[in-house]
Design a protein around this ligand. Structure first.
Ligand code: GSH
Length: 218
């Protein structure tokens, strides 16, 4: 039994959903509403003391950190590969993904925004401007890097891989906070290509069962 503990709007959970779908691994979902701090309750902290989503239970293991989870899935189910076979290509893809997962995403994470609002005392507009700023700066650099000749239909050549798993969710967050993704044409065209694939479509936030629960309760 494979269980993904996540949240429909969590971009790190979104990455793992895409990877599971690309690998054809069926899974159950357990949702934790970040706005209601359900991921900070004792039940989830017992699974993942970091209190961050997602956690994947698979093969009797409890895996955390989306990068590590995606790597694990690629190791146990090599087809289709999520990394290029050549070492320079692999380093490029890992670097693109890290620039999103390690440098852009954490600055706009819910816990950071909560601290800005509740402790530093910034208002909602200032918090949104903070999120836009770091995505904008990150996407400007990413757009330049993606014009290095190794990009194809996808971030690396013409098959989807790890960099795409990180890129697509980050553009959904970007739009949510008001970043116009079309200002980054290479990024926008890669995302459009990804969204033609069922693995990405079925992973979309709106397609998750907890998105429907949220609609019913609001
Ligand atoms: N580096 C972690 C990041 C995990 C993370 O920040 N998850 C977010 C959801 S996308 C979260 O749990 N946020 C809750 C919070 O910040 O309080 C990963 O890639 O799994």
């Amino acid at each position: 039994m494979t269980t993904l503990h996540g949240f429909h709007r969590s971009s790190a959970s979104f990455r793992v959903r895409i990877a599971l779908n690309l690998k054809g691994i069926a899974y159950d979902s357990v949702a934790y509403d970040i706005a209601r701090l359900e991921h900070r309750e004792p039940g989830y902290l017992a699974l993942n003391p970091q209190g961050l989503l997602p956690t994947l239970e698979i093969d009797g293991l409890r895996l955390t950190q989306s990068f590590a989870i995606v790597d694990y899935l690629d190791a146990i189910r090599p087809e289709p590969p999520l990394y290029p076979v050549d070492a320079p290509g692999r380093a490029r893809v890992a670097s693109l993904a890290a620039s999103i997962g390690a440098d852009i995403h954490p600055l706009g994470a819910a816990r950071v925004v909560r601290y800005l609002r509740e402790t530093v005392g910034v208002d909602a507009d200032q918090a949104a401007a903070w999120q836009r700023h770091w995505i904008d700066e990150g996407f400007t650099a990413l757009e330049a890097r993606l014009r290095d000749g190794a990009t194809g239909r996808f971030s690396h050549g013409d098959t989807p891989g790890v960099a795409d798993l990180f890129l697509v969710p980050q553009t959904f967050t970007a739009r949510r906070v008001g970043v116009e993704v079309e200002r980054f044409p290479t990024i926008a065209s890669i995302v459009a290509a990804c969204l033609e694939l069922p693995a990405f479509q079925h992973a979309l936030p709106d397609k998750q069962p907890d998105a429907n629960q949220e609609r019913r309760s609001t």
